[in-house]
Design a protein around this ligand. Sequence first.
Ligand code: NAD
Length: 474
Amino acid sequence: MQMMIADQFLESVSGERIQINNPATGTACGEVPAGGGEDVDFAVQAALDAFTPWATLPNSRRGGLLYRCAELIRREADRIALILTTEQGKPLREAKDEVYGAAAVFEYYAGSASLVSSGYADRLPRYGYGIVQRRPLGVCGAIIPWNMPVLIAAWKIGAALVTGNTLVLKPSSKAPMAVLALGEVMKRSGLPGGVLNIVTGSGNLVGDPLISHPEVKKISFTGGMETGRHIAGVAARTMKRVTLELGGNDPMIVCSDVDPVAVAEAALLLRLYNCGQICTSPKRLIVEDEVYEAFVTHLKRRISEVVIGDGTDPSSMIGPLNSEEVRSSVEHAVWRLGDEGAEVIMGRIPDTLPRKGFFCLPALVTGCDGDSPVLQEEIFGPVIAVINAGDSDEAIDIANNTRYGLGASVWTQKIEVAERLAEGLEAGIVWVNQHMKLPPEVPFGGVKGSGSGRENGLAFIEGYTEEKTILISR
Ligand code: NAD
């Protein structure tokens, strides 16, 4: 595949390419250009050239274009989803969910176009009157990870474009092809050249020139905490705005009044979605005493029934991890939890499991210590870690015992318990009797080490525009 710059599909200036591997086979499934600084310069210039005509369109026209994109994305969902499964590893039905989710995000932003409006202040006796214009920032940059690339790209593209900005987007080199397919579909929907540019390549060679480029006014980043720290530092030198959506270590608190079997089943399905590679996956299940045994007993039975296999096989409940690097870090974490004294039960290896590929058996780890250093960090894989808490006060202490603060959930039928725990949890979003749901209508982002700034909801208006006041006296 090729990069998308201005109204063209291009190779990189260097002519070099990056091989993309299918995580289910460990073998090549495609190639993309290995971009560099000159490609970034070219893309930023294309975005600058496209900016004024795009920014001066009526909001409703930009919204209308996003609706058309959503329609075509839905029509081409099967094709984009297959590319996503092939390069990322997730089961095809999850890849389709993600592509449909991206279409819904574009519909949300299309429908919100009219909310991006200017203000007016009359009756300022000593000054006359004031007009407060809301203006786009200019050329924005977006850098995204490999775990949910199509959905996360849609968050950033929808918000930047509907507010009148143009965008240069860098996907991860571990899953860039579905994002390129998304861009190509958007272009066919009528998006003018240069409004959205996609430059493929490494973090150092494409990401760094993008975050340090003087013409780029904002960077919206989703990815790991260390990369986020680096990006915030570099972007500050050119006074860019930065939004950081970083990792998570979400607690899921299971209170004593719930049906433990039903909630354990929900926890299993949520934790294994995308093979556990989701920032808001419930990574620590904190279960109160009274329901702990029944909760764990259900999981012990179910872990052996989880079917692992190639994401294109409809019987696979989970696919491989995305890379050898992720697999070894997950296996290492499970090994360390066992060393700390937790009980580890591995899932079953099916006879049909391909020999190659980055498959990682799901692990149920029970009796974990709430203070475990391993559990204070993000485990990005199919590890169901269960911690026993005496009561809800202890549960909340364990939940907050991490440097992350992305999401959290409380499972209870008692509204007063839900309210009290939701109040005390250090997280950007708290779910009650659900987890990991992110409709585009609500703001999303983390506290503590999980980042700063918000995406979605109405946060996009502040995030992608600036106000200019004109005071008029006659
Ligand atoms: P990563 O930080 O390694 O990479 C993310 C992106 O940053 C990639 O495109 C990468 O090429 C780029 N990058 C790397 N070094 C760079 C540099 N020096 N300059 C500029 N760009 C650079 O993260 P990952 O492994 O792709 O993704 C996994 C992480 O993302 C996990 O921690 C996960 O929790 C997090 N995540 C967060 C959210 C959220 O919304 N909060 C969503 C999904 C994933």
